[in-house]
Design a protein around this ligand. Structure first.
Ligand code: ADP
Ligand code: MG
Length: 449
Protein backbone atom coordinates (compact mmCIF):
# COMPACT_ATOMS: atom_id res chain seq x y z
CA UNK A 1 0.00 0.00 0.00
CA UNK A 2 1.35 3.42 -0.88
CA UNK A 3 0.15 6.87 0.08
CA UNK A 4 2.08 9.36 -2.03
CA UNK A 5 2.65 12.93 -1.07
CA UNK A 6 -0.15 13.86 -3.46
CA UNK A 7 -2.48 11.23 -1.99
CA UNK A 8 -1.93 12.65 1.48
CA UNK A 9 -2.53 16.23 0.37
CA UNK A 10 -5.55 15.22 -1.67
CA UNK A 11 -7.08 13.22 1.17
CA UNK A 12 -6.25 15.56 4.01
CA UNK A 13 -5.86 19.04 2.61
CA UNK A 14 -3.61 19.91 5.59
CA UNK A 15 -0.13 21.32 5.51
CA UNK A 16 3.00 19.21 5.15
CA UNK A 17 6.28 20.27 6.70
CA UNK A 18 8.39 18.08 4.39
CA UNK A 19 7.10 16.03 1.45
CA UNK A 20 6.96 12.30 2.20
CA UNK A 21 5.10 9.18 1.17
CA UNK A 22 3.98 6.27 3.34
CA UNK A 23 3.68 2.53 2.71
CA UNK A 24 1.29 1.84 5.59
CA UNK A 25 -0.72 3.47 8.39
CA UNK A 26 -0.22 3.01 12.13
CA UNK A 27 -1.71 4.43 15.31
CA UNK A 28 0.51 2.51 17.73
CA UNK A 29 4.31 2.69 17.95
CA UNK A 30 4.43 -0.87 19.34
CA UNK A 31 3.21 -2.34 16.06
CA UNK A 32 4.46 0.37 13.72
CA UNK A 33 6.30 -0.79 10.59
CA UNK A 34 9.05 1.26 8.96
CA UNK A 35 7.51 3.42 6.24
CA UNK A 36 4.16 3.80 8.02
CA UNK A 37 2.32 7.08 8.42
CA UNK A 38 1.89 7.43 12.19
CA UNK A 39 -1.47 8.98 13.08
CA UNK A 40 -1.36 10.68 16.49
CA UNK A 41 -4.82 9.87 17.83
CA UNK A 42 -6.11 11.31 21.05
CA UNK A 43 -8.21 8.73 22.89
CA UNK A 44 -9.47 8.10 26.41
CA UNK A 45 -6.39 6.01 27.10
CA UNK A 46 -3.71 8.34 25.80
CA UNK A 47 -2.47 10.93 23.34
CA UNK A 48 -0.53 9.74 20.31
CA UNK A 49 1.09 13.18 20.06
CA UNK A 50 3.34 12.09 22.92
CA UNK A 51 4.67 9.22 20.79
CA UNK A 52 5.44 11.03 17.54
CA UNK A 53 9.19 11.27 18.18
CA UNK A 54 9.29 7.56 19.06
CA UNK A 55 7.33 6.71 15.91
CA UNK A 56 9.78 8.65 13.75
CA UNK A 57 12.71 7.01 15.53
CA UNK A 58 11.20 3.62 14.69
CA UNK A 59 11.11 4.45 11.01
CA UNK A 60 7.73 6.09 10.47
CA UNK A 61 7.74 7.91 7.12
CA UNK A 62 5.94 10.79 8.78
CA UNK A 63 3.22 11.63 11.26
CA UNK A 64 -0.27 13.10 11.09
CA UNK A 65 -0.73 15.51 14.01
CA UNK A 66 -3.01 18.30 15.09
CA UNK A 67 -0.47 19.70 17.51
CA UNK A 68 3.28 20.18 17.10
CA UNK A 69 5.40 20.15 20.19
CA UNK A 70 8.96 19.16 21.02
CA UNK A 71 9.65 18.08 17.44
CA UNK A 72 12.52 19.16 15.21
CA UNK A 73 11.63 21.63 12.45
CA UNK A 74 12.50 19.13 9.75
CA UNK A 75 10.27 16.36 11.16
CA UNK A 76 8.03 15.02 8.38
CA UNK A 77 4.54 15.98 9.53
CA UNK A 78 1.16 16.48 7.99
CA UNK A 79 -0.71 18.91 10.19
CA UNK A 80 -4.50 18.69 10.22
CA UNK A 81 -7.30 20.24 12.29
CA UNK A 82 -8.08 16.98 14.03
CA UNK A 83 -6.35 13.63 13.64
CA UNK A 84 -9.46 11.47 14.04
CA UNK A 85 -11.14 13.47 11.28
CA UNK A 86 -7.92 13.14 9.29
CA UNK A 87 -7.86 9.37 9.69
CA UNK A 88 -11.51 9.27 8.64
CA UNK A 89 -10.70 11.35 5.55
CA UNK A 90 -7.84 9.00 4.74
CA UNK A 91 -10.23 6.03 5.08
CA UNK A 92 -12.75 7.70 2.75
CA UNK A 93 -10.02 8.45 0.22
CA UNK A 94 -8.72 4.88 0.35
CA UNK A 95 -12.26 3.55 -0.12
CA UNK A 96 -12.88 5.79 -3.12
CA UNK A 97 -9.74 4.60 -4.91
CA UNK A 98 -10.19 0.91 -3.99
CA UNK A 99 -10.88 -1.10 -7.12
CA UNK A 100 -11.96 -4.35 -5.45
CA UNK A 101 -15.05 -5.26 -3.42
CA UNK A 102 -15.66 -4.50 0.25
CA UNK A 103 -17.56 -6.71 2.68
CA UNK A 104 -18.63 -5.19 6.01
CA UNK A 105 -19.59 -7.41 8.94
CA UNK A 106 -21.75 -6.38 11.88
CA UNK A 107 -23.94 -8.30 14.35
CA UNK A 108 -24.21 -8.93 18.09
CA UNK A 109 -21.75 -11.84 18.26
CA UNK A 110 -19.42 -13.55 15.83
CA UNK A 111 -18.25 -10.46 13.93
CA UNK A 112 -14.53 -11.09 14.35
CA UNK A 113 -14.88 -14.83 13.78
CA UNK A 114 -16.90 -14.28 10.61
CA UNK A 115 -14.48 -11.56 9.45
CA UNK A 116 -11.56 -13.99 9.84
CA UNK A 117 -13.47 -16.74 8.03
CA UNK A 118 -14.27 -14.31 5.20
CA UNK A 119 -10.59 -13.37 4.98
CA UNK A 120 -9.79 -17.04 4.36
CA UNK A 121 -12.73 -17.70 2.07
CA UNK A 122 -12.12 -14.67 -0.14
CA UNK A 123 -8.36 -15.26 -0.24
CA UNK A 124 -9.17 -18.37 -2.26
CA UNK A 125 -10.58 -16.06 -4.97
CA UNK A 126 -8.21 -13.11 -4.89
CA UNK A 127 -5.97 -10.79 -2.92
CA UNK A 128 -7.74 -9.95 0.33
CA UNK A 129 -7.11 -7.70 3.32
CA UNK A 130 -9.14 -7.58 6.53
CA UNK A 131 -9.40 -5.62 9.75
CA UNK A 132 -6.85 -6.39 12.46
CA UNK A 133 -8.29 -8.03 15.61
CA UNK A 134 -11.63 -6.35 16.49
CA UNK A 135 -10.81 -2.96 14.97
CA UNK A 136 -14.44 -2.02 14.43
CA UNK A 137 -15.12 1.43 15.88
CA UNK A 138 -14.76 5.11 14.93
CA UNK A 139 -11.00 4.72 14.50
CA UNK A 140 -10.85 1.00 13.71
CA UNK A 141 -13.00 1.21 10.59
CA UNK A 142 -11.18 4.17 8.96
CA UNK A 143 -7.84 2.60 9.87
CA UNK A 144 -8.84 -0.66 8.19
CA UNK A 145 -9.93 1.23 5.08
CA UNK A 146 -6.80 3.40 5.00
CA UNK A 147 -4.65 0.25 5.06
CA UNK A 148 -6.37 -1.53 2.14
CA UNK A 149 -3.98 -2.20 -0.73
CA UNK A 150 -5.79 -0.22 -3.46
CA UNK A 151 -5.53 -2.93 -6.13
CA UNK A 152 -6.62 -5.87 -3.97
CA UNK A 153 -9.67 -7.84 -4.98
CA UNK A 154 -11.39 -7.86 -1.59
CA UNK A 155 -11.35 -6.14 1.78
CA UNK A 156 -13.23 -7.19 4.91
CA UNK A 157 -14.27 -4.55 7.42
CA UNK A 158 -15.76 -5.17 10.89
CA UNK A 159 -18.32 -2.67 12.19
CA UNK A 160 -19.32 -2.66 15.86
CA UNK A 161 -21.31 -0.48 18.21
CA UNK A 162 -21.81 0.29 21.87
CA UNK A 163 -24.56 2.87 21.43
CA UNK A 164 -27.30 3.44 18.90
CA UNK A 165 -26.42 5.56 15.90
CA UNK A 166 -22.84 4.33 15.64
CA UNK A 167 -23.18 1.85 12.78
CA UNK A 168 -24.64 4.05 10.05
CA UNK A 169 -21.77 6.57 9.71
CA UNK A 170 -19.21 3.75 9.72
CA UNK A 171 -21.23 1.87 7.09
CA UNK A 172 -21.39 5.03 4.94
CA UNK A 173 -17.62 5.35 5.24
CA UNK A 174 -16.97 1.70 4.33
CA UNK A 175 -19.59 1.75 1.52
CA UNK A 176 -19.61 -2.04 1.35
CA UNK A 177 -20.58 -3.97 -1.75
CA UNK A 178 -21.94 -6.59 0.61
CA UNK A 179 -23.06 -5.96 4.20
CA UNK A 180 -23.43 -8.82 6.66
CA UNK A 181 -25.48 -9.07 9.87
CA UNK A 182 -24.34 -12.17 11.75
CA UNK A 183 -27.21 -12.18 14.28
CA UNK A 184 -29.25 -10.10 16.73
CA UNK A 185 -28.66 -10.99 20.37
CA UNK A 186 -28.75 -9.33 23.77
CA UNK A 187 -25.17 -7.98 23.85
CA UNK A 188 -25.31 -4.25 24.81
CA UNK A 189 -28.99 -4.61 25.70
CA UNK A 190 -28.44 -2.20 28.60
CA UNK A 191 -27.60 0.69 26.27
CA UNK A 192 -30.04 -0.11 23.48
CA UNK A 193 -33.00 -1.06 25.68
CA UNK A 194 -34.65 -3.74 23.55
CA UNK A 195 -33.80 -6.47 21.06
CA UNK A 196 -35.88 -4.58 18.48
CA UNK A 197 -33.67 -1.53 18.95
CA UNK A 198 -30.59 -3.73 18.55
CA UNK A 199 -32.02 -5.23 15.35
CA UNK A 200 -32.73 -1.76 13.96
CA UNK A 201 -29.22 -0.60 14.81
CA UNK A 202 -27.66 -3.61 13.05
CA UNK A 203 -29.99 -3.11 10.08
CA UNK A 204 -28.71 0.44 9.64
CA UNK A 205 -25.60 -1.05 8.01
CA UNK A 206 -27.83 -1.36 4.93
CA UNK A 207 -27.79 2.43 4.53
CA UNK A 208 -24.12 2.33 3.58
CA UNK A 209 -24.33 -0.43 0.96
CA UNK A 210 -23.25 0.61 -2.55
CA UNK A 211 -25.85 0.78 -5.26
CA UNK A 212 -26.29 -2.69 -6.73
CA UNK A 213 -24.89 -4.25 -3.56
CA UNK A 214 -26.36 -6.90 -1.32
CA UNK A 215 -27.06 -7.69 2.31
CA UNK A 216 -26.58 -11.07 3.99
CA UNK A 217 -29.03 -11.77 6.81
CA UNK A 218 -29.56 -14.54 9.41
CA UNK A 219 -32.67 -16.43 8.36
CA UNK A 220 -33.01 -18.22 11.73
CA UNK A 221 -33.21 -14.96 13.66
CA UNK A 222 -36.62 -13.97 15.01
CA UNK A 223 -35.73 -10.54 13.61
CA UNK A 224 -35.10 -11.69 10.04
CA UNK A 225 -38.24 -10.04 8.66
CA UNK A 226 -37.48 -6.82 10.50
CA UNK A 227 -33.90 -6.76 9.16
CA UNK A 228 -35.08 -7.53 5.68
CA UNK A 229 -37.68 -4.78 5.73
CA UNK A 230 -35.01 -2.29 6.82
CA UNK A 231 -32.83 -3.37 3.91
CA UNK A 232 -35.45 -1.98 1.51
CA UNK A 233 -34.78 -2.82 -2.11
CA UNK A 234 -31.27 -4.21 -1.52
CA UNK A 235 -30.66 -7.69 -2.87
CA UNK A 236 -30.85 -10.00 0.14
CA UNK A 237 -29.20 -13.38 0.64
CA UNK A 238 -30.20 -15.37 3.70
CA UNK A 239 -27.95 -17.83 5.53
CA UNK A 240 -28.73 -20.39 8.20
CA UNK A 241 -30.40 -23.74 8.65
CA UNK A 242 -31.80 -23.51 5.11
CA UNK A 243 -28.26 -23.95 3.77
CA UNK A 244 -27.49 -27.05 5.80
CA UNK A 245 -27.68 -30.50 4.25
CA UNK A 246 -25.93 -32.27 7.10
CA UNK A 247 -23.64 -31.50 9.99
CA UNK A 248 -21.57 -33.92 12.02
CA UNK A 249 -20.47 -32.22 15.22
CA UNK A 250 -17.45 -33.33 17.23
CA UNK A 251 -15.35 -32.00 20.07
CA UNK A 252 -12.69 -30.69 17.70
CA UNK A 253 -14.94 -29.39 14.97
CA UNK A 254 -17.70 -30.12 12.50
CA UNK A 255 -18.06 -31.77 9.12
CA UNK A 256 -20.56 -29.78 7.13
CA UNK A 257 -22.43 -30.35 3.90
CA UNK A 258 -24.33 -27.28 2.74
CA UNK A 259 -25.90 -25.63 -0.26
CA UNK A 260 -24.74 -22.08 -0.98
CA UNK A 261 -26.32 -20.19 -3.87
CA UNK A 262 -27.88 -23.46 -5.01
CA UNK A 263 -24.58 -25.35 -5.21
CA UNK A 264 -23.46 -28.08 -2.83
CA UNK A 265 -20.27 -27.62 -0.79
CA UNK A 266 -18.61 -29.76 1.85
CA UNK A 267 -16.10 -28.61 4.41
CA UNK A 268 -14.39 -29.48 7.64
CA UNK A 269 -14.36 -26.73 10.28
CA UNK A 270 -11.71 -27.16 12.97
CA UNK A 271 -13.68 -25.16 15.54
CA UNK A 272 -16.44 -26.90 17.48
CA UNK A 273 -19.99 -25.71 17.97
CA UNK A 274 -23.10 -24.87 15.99
CA UNK A 275 -22.29 -21.16 16.25
CA UNK A 276 -19.10 -21.75 14.27
CA UNK A 277 -21.10 -23.55 11.59
CA UNK A 278 -23.46 -20.56 11.45
CA UNK A 279 -20.53 -18.18 11.05
CA UNK A 280 -19.08 -20.32 8.27
CA UNK A 281 -22.41 -20.39 6.40
CA UNK A 282 -22.57 -16.62 6.83
CA UNK A 283 -19.06 -16.15 5.40
CA UNK A 284 -19.72 -18.46 2.44
CA UNK A 285 -23.01 -16.73 1.68
CA UNK A 286 -21.25 -13.36 1.77
CA UNK A 287 -18.62 -14.74 -0.61
CA UNK A 288 -21.41 -15.89 -2.92
CA UNK A 289 -23.01 -12.44 -2.76
CA UNK A 290 -19.65 -10.96 -3.79
CA UNK A 291 -19.40 -13.33 -6.74
CA UNK A 292 -16.37 -15.15 -5.30
CA UNK A 293 -15.60 -18.84 -5.74
CA UNK A 294 -17.62 -20.53 -3.00
CA UNK A 295 -16.27 -24.06 -3.54
CA UNK A 296 -12.66 -22.87 -3.24
CA UNK A 297 -13.70 -20.78 -0.24
CA UNK A 298 -15.25 -23.78 1.48
CA UNK A 299 -12.02 -25.72 1.00
CA UNK A 300 -10.08 -22.81 2.50
CA UNK A 301 -12.19 -22.95 5.67
CA UNK A 302 -10.26 -26.07 6.65
CA UNK A 303 -7.47 -23.67 7.60
CA UNK A 304 -9.63 -21.75 10.07
CA UNK A 305 -8.52 -21.79 13.72
CA UNK A 306 -10.46 -20.19 16.59
CA UNK A 307 -9.37 -16.67 17.47
CA UNK A 308 -7.15 -16.49 20.60
CA UNK A 309 -8.92 -16.26 23.98
CA UNK A 310 -12.22 -17.37 22.46
CA UNK A 311 -12.45 -21.10 22.82
CA UNK A 312 -8.81 -22.14 22.82
CA UNK A 313 -8.34 -25.42 24.63
CA UNK A 314 -5.44 -26.56 26.78
CA UNK A 315 -4.51 -29.37 29.12
CA UNK A 316 -4.24 -28.53 32.85
CA UNK A 317 -3.24 -30.63 35.83
CA UNK A 318 -0.56 -32.40 33.84
CA UNK A 319 -3.04 -33.35 31.14
CA UNK A 320 -5.55 -34.89 33.52
CA UNK A 321 -8.06 -32.11 32.91
CA UNK A 322 -8.93 -29.77 30.03
CA UNK A 323 -9.49 -26.03 30.09
CA UNK A 324 -11.75 -24.24 27.59
CA UNK A 325 -10.63 -20.64 27.82
CA UNK A 326 -13.51 -18.32 26.92
CA UNK A 327 -12.47 -15.71 29.46
CA UNK A 328 -12.20 -12.94 26.89
CA UNK A 329 -15.84 -11.88 26.86
CA UNK A 330 -19.44 -12.99 27.31
CA UNK A 331 -22.96 -12.27 26.22
CA UNK A 332 -25.93 -14.61 26.62
CA UNK A 333 -25.55 -15.94 23.06
CA UNK A 334 -21.85 -16.63 23.42
CA UNK A 335 -22.29 -18.26 26.86
CA UNK A 336 -24.89 -20.60 25.33
CA UNK A 337 -22.55 -21.30 22.42
CA UNK A 338 -19.66 -22.06 24.79
CA UNK A 339 -21.87 -24.35 26.91
CA UNK A 340 -22.70 -26.17 23.68
CA UNK A 341 -19.00 -26.72 23.06
CA UNK A 342 -18.52 -27.92 26.67
CA UNK A 343 -21.27 -30.48 26.07
CA UNK A 344 -19.36 -31.76 23.02
CA UNK A 345 -16.13 -32.16 25.02
CA UNK A 346 -15.47 -35.68 26.25
CA UNK A 347 -14.96 -35.60 30.02
CA UNK A 348 -15.75 -37.51 33.18
CA UNK A 349 -17.23 -34.32 34.57
CA UNK A 350 -18.11 -31.05 32.81
CA UNK A 351 -17.60 -27.92 34.86
CA UNK A 352 -18.76 -24.41 33.87
CA UNK A 353 -17.17 -21.44 35.63
CA UNK A 354 -19.15 -18.32 34.83
CA UNK A 355 -18.67 -14.64 35.65
CA UNK A 356 -21.11 -11.78 35.13
CA UNK A 357 -22.29 -10.71 31.69
CA UNK A 358 -22.10 -6.92 31.77
CA UNK A 359 -23.86 -4.06 29.95
CA UNK A 360 -27.31 -5.64 30.22
CA UNK A 361 -28.90 -2.86 32.31
CA UNK A 362 -32.41 -3.62 33.57
CA UNK A 363 -32.29 -6.99 31.82
CA UNK A 364 -29.34 -8.26 33.87
CA UNK A 365 -31.18 -10.45 36.33
CA UNK A 366 -33.47 -12.05 33.75
CA UNK A 367 -30.65 -12.69 31.27
CA UNK A 368 -28.57 -14.46 33.94
CA UNK A 369 -31.47 -16.54 35.28
CA UNK A 370 -32.40 -17.53 31.74
CA UNK A 371 -29.06 -19.32 31.33
CA UNK A 372 -30.17 -22.02 33.81
CA UNK A 373 -31.61 -24.54 31.31
CA UNK A 374 -28.56 -24.34 29.02
CA UNK A 375 -26.16 -24.56 31.96
CA UNK A 376 -28.03 -27.51 33.43
CA UNK A 377 -28.11 -29.22 30.06
CA UNK A 378 -24.38 -28.89 29.34
CA UNK A 379 -22.56 -28.89 32.70
CA UNK A 380 -22.49 -31.33 35.60
CA UNK A 381 -21.43 -28.54 37.93
CA UNK A 382 -21.68 -24.74 37.60
CA UNK A 383 -19.45 -22.41 39.63
CA UNK A 384 -20.28 -18.72 39.51
CA UNK A 385 -19.05 -15.36 40.69
CA UNK A 386 -20.37 -11.83 40.65
CA UNK A 387 -23.50 -9.97 41.58
CA UNK A 388 -25.57 -11.06 38.59
CA UNK A 389 -24.41 -14.67 38.38
CA UNK A 390 -25.83 -15.13 41.89
CA UNK A 391 -29.22 -15.26 40.17
CA UNK A 392 -28.08 -18.13 37.97
CA UNK A 393 -26.59 -19.86 41.00
CA UNK A 394 -29.96 -19.67 42.73
CA UNK A 395 -31.87 -20.79 39.64
CA UNK A 396 -29.89 -24.05 39.33
CA UNK A 397 -30.97 -27.37 40.83
CA UNK A 398 -29.00 -28.40 43.96
CA UNK A 399 -26.98 -31.09 42.22
CA UNK A 400 -25.61 -28.64 39.61
CA UNK A 401 -25.04 -25.72 41.94
CA UNK A 402 -21.33 -25.23 42.66
CA UNK A 403 -19.44 -22.49 44.42
CA UNK A 404 -20.59 -18.90 44.32
CA UNK A 405 -18.14 -16.12 45.19
CA UNK A 406 -18.46 -12.33 45.07
CA UNK A 407 -15.75 -11.91 42.45
CA UNK A 408 -13.34 -13.77 40.20
CA UNK A 409 -10.37 -13.37 42.56
CA UNK A 410 -12.23 -15.23 45.31
CA UNK A 411 -13.37 -17.91 42.86
CA UNK A 412 -9.84 -18.25 41.46
CA UNK A 413 -8.58 -18.95 44.97
CA UNK A 414 -11.26 -21.53 45.79
CA UNK A 415 -11.59 -23.36 42.48
CA UNK A 416 -8.35 -25.30 41.93
CA UNK A 417 -8.81 -27.48 45.01
CA UNK A 418 -12.18 -28.71 43.71
CA UNK A 419 -10.91 -30.04 40.37
CA UNK A 420 -10.82 -33.74 39.63
CA UNK A 421 -9.06 -35.85 37.06
CA UNK A 422 -11.08 -36.05 33.88
CA UNK A 423 -12.72 -32.63 34.28
CA UNK A 424 -13.41 -30.37 31.33
CA UNK A 425 -13.56 -26.82 32.63
CA UNK A 426 -15.14 -23.93 30.73
CA UNK A 427 -14.27 -20.42 31.97
CA UNK A 428 -16.36 -17.54 30.62
CA UNK A 429 -17.44 -14.03 31.57
CA UNK A 430 -17.40 -10.44 30.35
CA UNK A 431 -13.98 -8.84 30.16
CA UNK A 432 -14.88 -6.61 33.13
CA UNK A 433 -15.61 -9.72 35.22
CA UNK A 434 -11.90 -10.56 34.98
CA UNK A 435 -12.30 -14.32 34.56
CA UNK A 436 -8.72 -14.29 33.30
CA UNK A 437 -7.79 -14.58 37.00
CA UNK A 438 -9.52 -17.96 37.11
CA UNK A 439 -7.70 -19.11 33.97
CA UNK A 440 -4.39 -17.97 35.47
CA UNK A 441 -5.11 -19.87 38.69
CA UNK A 442 -5.97 -23.05 36.78
CA UNK A 443 -2.98 -22.89 34.44
CA UNK A 444 -0.57 -22.01 37.28
CA UNK A 445 -1.37 -25.23 39.11
CA UNK A 446 1.46 -27.68 39.62
CA UNK A 447 1.69 -30.15 36.84
CA UNK A 448 0.23 -27.76 34.27
CA UNK A 449 1.14 -29.21 30.96
N1 ADP B 1 -22.67 -16.96 15.86
C1 ADP B 1 -22.37 -16.98 17.14
N2 ADP B 1 -23.32 -17.20 18.10
C2 ADP B 1 -23.01 -17.19 19.40
N3 ADP B 1 -21.78 -17.00 19.88
C3 ADP B 1 -20.80 -16.78 19.00
C4 ADP B 1 -21.04 -16.76 17.59
N4 ADP B 1 -19.86 -16.53 16.96
C5 ADP B 1 -18.93 -16.40 17.91
N5 ADP B 1 -19.48 -16.56 19.15
C6 ADP B 1 -18.82 -16.45 20.43
O1 ADP B 1 -18.93 -15.09 20.84
C7 ADP B 1 -17.72 -14.59 21.39
C8 ADP B 1 -17.22 -13.42 20.59
O2 ADP B 1 -16.89 -13.86 19.26
P1 ADP B 1 -16.32 -12.83 18.21
O3 ADP B 1 -16.21 -13.53 16.91
O4 ADP B 1 -15.10 -12.18 18.75
O5 ADP B 1 -17.50 -11.79 18.13
P2 ADP B 1 -17.58 -10.19 18.10
O6 ADP B 1 -16.48 -9.71 17.19
O7 ADP B 1 -18.94 -9.93 17.55
O8 ADP B 1 -17.42 -9.70 19.49
C9 ADP B 1 -16.79 -15.79 21.43
O9 ADP B 1 -16.91 -16.38 22.70
C10 ADP B 1 -17.32 -16.70 20.35
O10 ADP B 1 -17.02 -18.05 20.58
MG1 MG C 1 -15.02 -8.30 17.38
Amino acid sequence: MTLSNDDLMHALGGTMTVPFHATGVSIDTRTLQPGDLFVALQTATGDGHEHVAAALARGAAGAMVHRQHDLPDDAPLVVVGDTLAGLTALGAYARSRFTGSVAAVTGSVGKTTTKEMLRLVLSASGRTSAAVASYNNHWGVPLTLARMPPDDDYAVVEIGMNNSGEIEPLAMLASPDVAVVTNVESAHLGRLGSLEAIADEKASIAKGVMQGGAIVLPQDSPFFDRLRAAAGSLRCEAFGSGNLLSVDEGEAGSDVAARIGGRPVRFRLAAPGRHMVANALCALTAAHALGADVEAGARALAGFAPVAGRGSRQPIQGGRATLLDESYNASAASVRAALGVLALTPARRRVAVLGDMLELGDHSRAEHEALAPAARGSADLVHTCGRWMRFLHEALPDDRRGLHEPDSAALAAALPATLRDGDAVLVKGSLGSRMRLVVDALTAMPGHG
